[in-house]
Write a protein that binds this ligand. Structure first.
Ligand code: CA
Length: 519
């Protein structure tokens, strides 16, 4: 480390220690708001046309907007595990894949906060989908569940029945006097299923859609994106109710509010992929007058940073083994742009999503993303990235693409004729290495990994990725694959027939069942 970098890093450490002391003097509440399947671009504040998200924009405007925030893994369960544990997919055992199980000995920020005197609960979708009891845990990973109050009248189709804000009020009502709270609001929007055509019926315009360049430009896909926007707006309206509750109770400015998503939009080459539409997340953090708001921060940050951040603001020691770093120094800075030079890249990962291939194989990937480039390592290039023709646990082919009008449109023979390049980008086999110049090619369409011009860069990113994976104990670096042996623990619909922990007769019955609404 040269002198300048040493001084910089000492400066950051000193600032961090000072911030931790400051945080201890008045323990804030923590409200963690998690959308389900929303990509980073899709708020009005982040520039998406035809979409209105005043509550999300308010949090960003009055707090800090992060432009380079990435999930640890673009799939519900591993993403949520990484948030709760501050660790990467390969450091969390069976909790690192969809419909996994939560290991009993994995320390979670919710547990540390509870022990430290916080009132901890959640509404909506917590950790999962998966089985948190199977490996001996006796408490929900997100804390006490508050899901008893449903909406009245019944919400529009596709929207969650549960009244998130009313459940938050119930949580606050039971809070022991004077305890700070930590609440997880897990929206199930904008996860599928959508009410088909609801976007157009609400007056949204097909021509306003800024289509990701890897998707075929069909009216069905454009309309499906408008339905997705409609669910984001529903989510935003619920967030507005949370802000109002905090304001009415005088708790708004003493609450650290974090709003982000678990993974990207449920569309081809997005969710369950390590391209930006799968991993690049919206992130805004508001903390009343404690931090200087109205700032935009460009540092590369990861969802493994949340757990150490929450423990830092609570003045509690983070358990050993967390991979993330507290965001508190960035929050207390008065600067914009790049603040901590050591935050130059993030690492993302994917193991099994649904059961989309024979023998419970996933599509293992790791990626290194810095401000300009994305390097992806595909560990099984002979497999199909979406699962191909295998009849998946979703009872469909290409099982790693969530079902809906976009998938249907993508797989039509006529679409393949007209949009061959896009269909191949979404479904064809991929080489072992991919490299994209995100600045020049934001859609990540042109793989530069095979070219001589970028050979040195590719080698450098590949080495950095491998060094990091080795240092943090990734079994893939030793050619090991524990994931394939982990049970897929879906218990409802056709997918339950893949759950080896269920009795044979239950599985046989499930093999005749319909597919179940994905979670
Ligand atoms: Ca999700």
């Amino acid at each position: 480390m040269n002198r300048r970098r040493l001084i910089q890093s000492l400066g950051v450490a000193a600032a961090s220690a000072a911030c931790s002391r400051k945080a201890q003097s008045g323990r804030p509440n923590i409200l963690f708001i998690l959308a389900d399947d929303q990509s980073w671009l899709h708020t009005s504040g982040n520039g998406t046309k035809g979409l209105s998200t005043p509550a999300l924009d308010r949090i960003a405007r009055e707090g800090v907007r992060f432009t380079n925030s990435f999930t640890a893994s673009p799939s519900c369960t591993p993403s949520r595990t990484a948030i709760l544990s501050g660790r990467h997919v390969w450091q969390t055992g069976e909790a690192g894949q969809l419909y996994g199980a939560m290991p009993k000995d994995l320390p979670l920020y919710t547990q540390v906060l509870k022990k430290g005197g916080y009132w901890v609960g959640f509404t909506g979708k917590g950790w999962g989908p998966g089985d948190w009891r199977a490996l001996g845990l006796d408490r929900n990973p997100c804390g006490r569940q508050f899901n008893q109050i449903n909406r009245s009248p019944t919400p529009p189709p596709g929207r969650d029945q549960r009244d998130y804000a009313a459940n938050f009020e119930a949580f606050l009502k039971e809070r022991p006097n004077g305890d700070p709270f930590c609440f997880w609001f897990g929206s199930t929007e904008p996860h599928r299923v959508y009410d088909p055509g609801c976007g157009v019926r609400a007056g949204k315009k097909i021509e306003d859609v800024e289509l990701p360049p890897f998707l075929p430009d069909t009216p069905e896909i454009r309309s499906d994106i408008l339905d997705y926007y409609t669910e984001i707006e529903w989510f935003d309206a619920q967030v507005a109710r949370f802000l109002k509750i905090l304001e009415e109770k005088g708790e708004l400015d003493n609450t650290l509010i974090v709003v982000t998503s678990d993974n990207g939009m449920p569309f081809p080459r997005a969710k369950a992929n390590l391209y930006d539409w799968g991993t690049h997340m919206p992130l805004a953090i508001r903390w009343g007058g404690k931090i200087k708001g109205g700032r935009t921060v460009d540092d590369m940050v990861s969802h493994v940073d949340f757990a150490p951040t929450f423990l830092d603001v609570a003045g509690l020691q983070a358990p050993a083994g967390m991979a993330g770093k507290s965001l508190v120094p960035l929050l207390f800075s008065s600067r914009e742009g790049t603040i901590d030079a050591s935050r130059e890249h993030v690492v993302t990962a994917m193991e099994r999503h649904v059961v989309a291939r024979p023998n419970y194989a996933g599509y293992p990937m790791r990626a290194l993303r810095n401000r300009q480039y994305l390097y992806i390592r595909n560990f099984a290039p002979d497999e199909w990235p979406t699962g191909g023709d295998f009849l998946s646990s979703n009872k469909t082919t290409h099982g790693d693409i969530d079902g809906g009008p976009s998938k249907d449109s993508l797989l039509l023979p006529a679409t393949r004729v007209k949009f061959r390049r896009e269909v191949d980008l979404c479904t064809a086999r991929r080489p072992a290495e991919e490299l994209y110049d995100v600045a020049a090619d934001p859609g990540q369409l042109n793989n530069l990994a095979g070219g001589a011009i970028h050979a040195a860069l590719k080698l450098d990113m590949s080495r950095r990725l491998e060094e990091y994976l080795r240092a943090t104990g990734d079994p893939r670096m030793n050619g090991q694959d524990p994931w394939r042996g982990y049970p897929y623990r879906q218990t409802n619909g056709y997918g339950a027939s893949f759950n080896v922990t269920l009795p044979e007769d239950v599985r046989a019955k499930a093999s005749g069942a319909a597919t179940h609404k994905p979670e």
